[in-house]
Design a protein around this ligand. Structure first.
Ligand code: ADP
Ligand code: ZN
Length: 815
């Protein structure tokens, strides 16, 4: 009987592909293994074996599996199960999930490009003939394609060789967008062979008679067994209490030899395990309540004000999991923003901590993946959203920190998943304990906590009874009228800044990036025109001189006077962090000012460096965007200034008010984290706006109630669910026609809840015209049936010849 394998190919095609298993492969092929398979005319891909069976495909002749790439499965059954959920919930292909899930080092294809690592120490490594040939070729040519390698090695099946070389670190996959990984090099020394025997020691000491310092180093080196082993220069310097110039002169005299070895990228057990601090009474009580929730089998939402000590509770929970030799996942919105947290965890748990980073190179990610597969017991993974894809085995605890963060949602490419929701499903799959935490929970999670689906735990006081910051709203309209503004700074903000600097404390200034949504705002009163149907700000379309709602298409001509105050002072521009930075430097020429935004944090460690400089008080005033709001813990920040809160309120999105509350509470939380009470100045044209009032007195529950009313009334999540369908093509007419067709078919099938098609705030991106259709699904409608209907329409759509070139992007639970 012939055997066939259904495999997942890393492609956006919603189906599996069947290949014939050759007779000599039959004993060694299993589910979850990687295999190389031919696809199309001449392509070769790494695929994952999904199922094995004896049913020959009817529609096409099955091609043979080229080679089996693994001895054992690379992907666990649990992962495949999770992939299946992601693919069906987020309406994408298994191949797209696979692509997102696996480090590219595990995903060779005929399009891969191979390069030589920057550092490669070949001394005492045994190379096979093939390895030697390939590395030799790479010294003449900086990169090679798979086909070129085939030619060099004169054989067809080169993927297994390449795979094994990638695993050994002899070669790397070229990734254009990734920064190349640089291994840390550690400097070692050893006595030169001529002096390695005891009898030569005296001779040596005689030579060094007149160089007592060098002599001392040589003695220390003997003491550290440097006659027989490599000794770290760092340890040698410590023991001999000398300087590196002295070591250098010994190297120059050829008394000692110098070596550079690669230190592993993942820290080995150097770190000592620290003691956990005692939880205080409120924390202890909260922790007990968390455990009760776990015992009831419920997901727990920990709602604790900023600096209430939530992280200590997470650490306590992780400790228990690690003691049982089980695994924990600690999900954070952006790992780059959590340098401090990683340090805290490493101090506590040493090499049990695995950090998973999207900025890591493929090699580094591969290393974490394999470490988890091979010695996964008793590990805590701290990572951003893609860490939900790692091969967990006995996942006992899932922590989702700052669960309200929008950056948990992946926009592009597919799978467009929400990592919080995916992590909850992953946790359920493993029967793990799931703990969500935030000072400002999302509407979704708090709704689940109020209706009994989640177990709610609240902490209302800051640790050590530090007071919540004092928040003052400053009325910009009034300040402008009375000429109390210098540039974008009110007299109140300047006064507080002056005082803070005098007392030698630090300042954070926050200015939201206006983003790419052109909205109209009145410079006199701050009003921004709203859509009557959708409760969002209208966006300004210049070419038609029109204001439009990008959900429903409501539109009206741009007016010249403000509807609210009647003044002719409507404006679309706004200002950014750069301008704020320039103004601060004028106002406070002596202060050290730095800026933190997308532009200043592009490099791999630029963010960390800024944080360190701020921690070390090399910076007095940090001007930044959203980035400064997130989870940073600085002792000496006493003042936070928000330059303009209105562009948060007026953002053309139904979550604008929720986001505004969260951002302002989080950024306020950066101030006064120790004994000194912090101060926050929020400048706004709308000091009586409910959201700002609620922020100023830390009234989350009123904010929640009020926003929920809007969500009910305007049919938004968490009451309704949303799916956004975006159509894209270079030709605007085609996009118009195609999206009309799509929307009409949806209306016909779903009857209610179809909005658009409508232009997004920016309707042309990289020469592609976009049009969106929003599907809102009422709580009493079946999500599954709606998705089926959409997929069916997509299918018919793609079978219409004229439309085939239009890209259809489906985004479930869109933001
Ligand atoms: P959150 O995560 O709620 O913002 P953290 O856990 O970061 O709060 O705690 C705030 C500060 O209080 C931190 O500096 C932390 O080290 C300190 N802290 C919290 N709990 C304790 C404790 N039980 N003992 C000592 N220090 C604590
Ligand atoms: Zn509308």
């Amino acid at each position: 009987m012939a055997l066939f394998a259904d495999v997942i190919l890393p492609l956006p095609l919603r189906r599996l592909f069947t290949y014939r298993v050759e007779d000599d492969q039959i004993g060694s092929i299993e589910k979850g293994q990687r295999v190389a398979v031919p696809f199309g005319k001449s392509k070769l891909y790494t695929a994952i074996v999904y199922a094995l069976h004896e049913v020959e495909p009817q529609a096409y002749e099955a091609k043979p599996v080229y080679t089996i790439l693994d001895k054992t499965a690379s992907v666990t059954e649990d992962q495949i199960k999770f992939w299946n959920w992601l693919s069906s919930y987020y309406m994408c292909s298994l191949g797209e999930v696979m692509r997102a899930a696996m480090p590219s080092g595990l995903l060779l294809s005929s399009e891969s490009i191979i390069v030589k690592p920057e550092y490669l120490d070949l001394s005492d490594r045994d190379l096979t003939d093939n390895e030697f040939l390939l590395l030799e070729a790479l010294t003449y040519q900086s990169q090679l394609s798979i086909n070129e390698i085939s030619d060099i090695l004169n054989r067809k099946h080169v993927l297994p060789i390449i795979h094994s070389m990638v695993n050994k670190g002899l070669i790397e996959l070229h990734e254009q967008l990734q920064e190349r990984y640089k291994p840390k090099m550690v400097r070692y020394v050893q006595l030169h062979p001529t002096y390695r025997f005891e009898e030569h020691l005296q001779e040596l000491l005689d030579i060094l008679n007149r160089a007592p310092k060098q002599r001392a180093v040589v003695l220390s080196l003997f003491q550290l067994n440097g006659a027989k082993e490599l000794v770290k220069v760092k340890s040698l310097l410590e023991v001999s209490n000398s300087s590196s110039t002295i070591v250098k002169s010994l190297i120059d005299k050829q008394i000692v030899e110098e070596f550079f070895l690669e230190s592993s990228r993942i820290k080995e057990g150097e770190m000592a395990h620290g003691e956990s601090p005692q939880l205080n009474a409120e924390q202890q009580q909260a922790f007990e309540s968390v455990e009760e929730g776990f015992e009831d089998g419920k997901i727990v939402l920990l709602h604790g004000v900023t600096s209430s000590g939530k992280t200590e509770l997470y650490i306590k929970a992780i400790e228990q999991t690690l003691q049982q030799q089980k695994q924990a996942l600690y999900l954070v919105p952006e790992i780059a923003l959590t340098t401090q947290l990683v340090k805290r965890l490493e101090q506590r748990f040493g090499d049990q901590v695995l950090v998973f980073h999207s900025k890591y190179s493929s090699n580094e990610r591969l290393e974490v993946w394999q470490k988890l597969l091979e010695e996964g017991k008793g590990k805590v993974v701290i990572g951003a959203r893609s860490s939900v894809f790692l091969p967990y085995e006995n996942l006992d605890l899932v922590i989702i920190d700052e669960e309200h963060e929008v950056s948990y949602k992946q926009f592009d490419p597919a799978p467009r998943y929400h990592a919080r929701d995916a992590a909850i499903v992953l946790g359920r799959q493993f029967n793990s304990k799931v703990l969500l935490g935030s000072a400002t929970p999302s509407m979704e999670s708090y709704f689940n906590a109020t209706n009994g689906k989640y177990h709610l735990v609240e902490m209302t006081k800051r640790f050590n009874n530090v007071l919540m910051p004092d928040i003052e709203l400053v009325d910009l309209a009034d300040k402008y009228k009375r000429k109390r503004m210098t540039g974008h700074f009110s007299d109140r903000l300047i006064e507080e800044m002056t005082e803070t600097l005098d007392q030698n404390f630090q300042i954070i200034l926050f200015q939201n990036r206006r983003g790419f949504s052109p909205i109209l705002e009145c410079l006199t009163c701050g009003h921004s025109p709203q859509c009557p149907n959708c409760d969002v700000s209208l966006t300004y379309h210049q070419y038609k001189n029109q204001l439009r709602c990008h959900y429903c298409g409501f539109n009206k001509p741009k007016m010249s006077n403000c509807e609210a105050c009647g003044n002719a002072s409507l404006d679309t521009k706004g200002f950014g962090t750069q301008q704020v930075e320039a103004e601060v430097k004028e106002l406070f020429p002596k202060a050290k000012v730095a800026r933190m935004d997308l532009d200043t944090t592009r490099g791999k460690y630029s963010f960390e460096k800024l944080i360190e400089r701020f921690e070390d008080k090399e910076i007095d005033i940090l001007v930044g965007t959203q980035m400064v709001t997130k989870g940073l813990d600085f002792r000496d920040v006493k003042l936070v200034g928000v330059l303009n809160a209105d562009n948060l309120l007026n953002f053309p999105d139904f979550r604008a008010h929720e986001r505004c509350y969260q951002l302002l509470s989080q950024v306020s939380g950066r101030s006064g984290r120790t004994d000194e009470r912090g101060k926050v100045i929020i400048q706004t044209y709308n000091p009586y706006h409910n959201i700002l009032q609620q922020v100023s007195v830390n009234d989350y529950s009123s904010m929640f109630k009020e926003q929920m009313n809007d969500r009910h009334q305007f049919h938004y999540p968490p009451i309704y669910r949303t799916i956004k369908i975006s159509l894209r093509h270079r030709n605007a007419d085609l996009v118009n026609m195609a999206s009309e067709w799509f929307a009409k078919s949806l209306r016909n099938a779903l009857k209610a809840g179809v909005l658009g098609p409508e232009f997004p705030p920016i309707s042309r991106i990289r020469n592609q015209y976009h049009k969106n259709i929003m599907v809102k699904i009422a709580p009493d409608r079946s999500l599954l049936k709606t998705k089926e209907a959409i997929l069916k329409i997509e299918n018919s759509f793609l079978s219409i010849k004229d439309f085939r070139a239009v890209r259809v992007v489906i985004n479930v639970d869109s933001y």
